[in-house]
Design a protein around this ligand. Sequence first.
Ligand code: MOS
Length: 737
Amino acid sequence: MSEHKMDADYGPSALDRGVQGLLGKGLDRTDGIAKVTGAAVYAAEQRPKGKLAYGYAVTATIAVGTVKSVDTTAAISMPGVIHIVSDDPRLPSESPNIGAEMAPRFDGVVESYGQIIALVLAESFEQARAAALAVAVEYVPQKGQFDTIAEVAAAKPPHEGAMLPDVVVGDVDAAMASADVSHDATYTTPYQVHAAMEPHAAVAEWDGDDLTLYGSIQIMRAARPLLAKSLEIDIARVRMISPFIGGGFGGKIGGPEIVLAAIAAQAIGRPVKVALTRQQLFHSIFGRSDTHQRIRLAATADGKLTGIAQDSIVSQKVGVSFFEPVALGALSLYAGAARSFTTRVVRLNITRAGAVRAPGEAVGMMALETAMDEMAEKLGLDPIAFRKLNEPEVDPMRGVPFSTRRLVDCLDDGAKRFGWEKRVPTPGAVREGGWLIGMGMATAARVNFLANSDARVRLTPDGMAEVETDMTDIGTGTYTILAQIAGEMLGLPMERVRVFLGDSNHPDGAGSGGSFGAASSGSAVQLACDDLVAELARRMDAKAEDMTLKDGHAIAGNRRVPITDLIGDEAIEAMGVLRPGKNSRAYSQGTHGAQFAEVAVNAVTGEVRVRRMLGVFDCGRILNAKTARSQALGGMIWGLGYALHEHAVLDQRSGSYVNRDLGEYHIPVNADVPQIEAYFIEEVDHHASPVGAKGIGELGISGAGAAITNAIYNACGVRVRDWPMTLDQILPGLPPV
Ligand code: MOS
């Protein structure tokens, strides 16, 4: 076993030599063919051994009150209906948040619209759905609170142990009062949902006391104990399988469907599938809260920030502790002696808020970077020059060095690639026929995490490597990058590495979340391989550092030996164990980037067409140029959605979202997605992880919406601070035609 705790750098390894030439290459996904041909099996497609029954959730049609009675008489006699689960005390009411020990339980009290109150089981999905709609629920409704700003007087500061406690350094009020130039404005973002392509689904099958749960799960090491605890059974009885996931974005951490399927399958002694509908996801799974962000910037006349504040109001369901950590990206981003990053949480009777891709930065950086654009204009500075003037040498919050930070290089490189020098600073100055053309930019920033991760790697007598971990691939490319790392370490071509993921029988992997998956699980594979390399070297009678592994051969001195000769008749295997450590405090670790956008705003109708987006990012080592680029592009497209489209509209009478489907909750489609380019400034970050990579999945969204917002201002002179930027906000401010 090779274990490394990141209390210190791991140091160079075979990866740095790159003899096999796999690492970093833009190789196709190893699971690509399976996915496009339908051979990849997703949760709802799993076929257990027994005859499947289908579950459909009965959900609350009020937001606050108590359930007086659940009348199942009509439903139970409908065609195909097998059973109705309504009095199991373990019945989950909704999705738990990340870090929860168990799923929240339905106890007769409704605290948000769409809470689950029963589950109907039938021979087909349609029969279950029809019967679920026939379950008569009687409520004693109460009046609810649904308006964040109306309830702001009761807002509370962050709870003990919050991910983002209030941070106040110096006196921002004083800095604002004495500033040569200052900016003070409030920015708002609406409720948003994950909108993963694959809705939540689970299939549960019991064999005596042993449960097999097929799910769509981002992090097994979190979801499996949560399921066991929710069911009140020993975790050893739970096997969880999740080989393919159609996007997660923070929402697939073990939703109510896994508990529903398990208790239902137990009740009827048959396997059960529970697939939540798209509409149910809006209320059964948490989303992102609204944010109301007051941003203050104070600067000297020559553009040096003396104060920076991002103080936010967010909402959350009553009784839930998570909140959107709005200022996470701002904390260590810019210089400025006086600093204030606070959050006040308003409790409402709404669907709970939870982690959605880049919790904090996704919406926080949209507002901060819009404010920075406004401030640059007040200072008469180019927006890039203003940011470079405030680039700190060490972490401005904690005084520790950055592990790596290439923000300035990203800004410079992006400006060159994008053609920033062609931008005309005066708004509304560039016209092409009926269109006003503008350019905007913004900084991207995201915190970097590492997570516990274990992996086993085995060299088999036929000269193959097998990687096993319960790490998941949520569409990010994990299968591929882990094969690249193992192949690079062991000198094997891609086709001689097999990667097995998403099965809790494998060693506990990091799982996919917080952008920590690739660096954490990749490092665990690397560590296991280091052990195997040492063993091969011993058998080769050479020092590991004098031996080269390439194309299935070990080379030392003037000897070149097939590794199958060294392996012999019995497989060799090793465990890699990665643990985060002091490096995460000793260095300020983040990822950075520069976002650019060019838009056309119709001079008459106000229609916005994004014409170009370009991002340059700094994420440490790039493990696969193609999958990395995909992650960056996906994030940038979300940024476009946040700028122009996404808005879960909360009905102030019922506490429900009125646009709960993808026809009405608008996300960008192909026609909205322009020419998008993503590039990387690569610097191996040995302080961050053994493999030298940092998080990548959530960085692309950071700042992308602000670049578009700033481009719209540059195009037509309309400054929107309330997203999404719908036509009604742009139209009144357009210059006379
Ligand atoms: Mo993420 S929002 O931690 O999947």
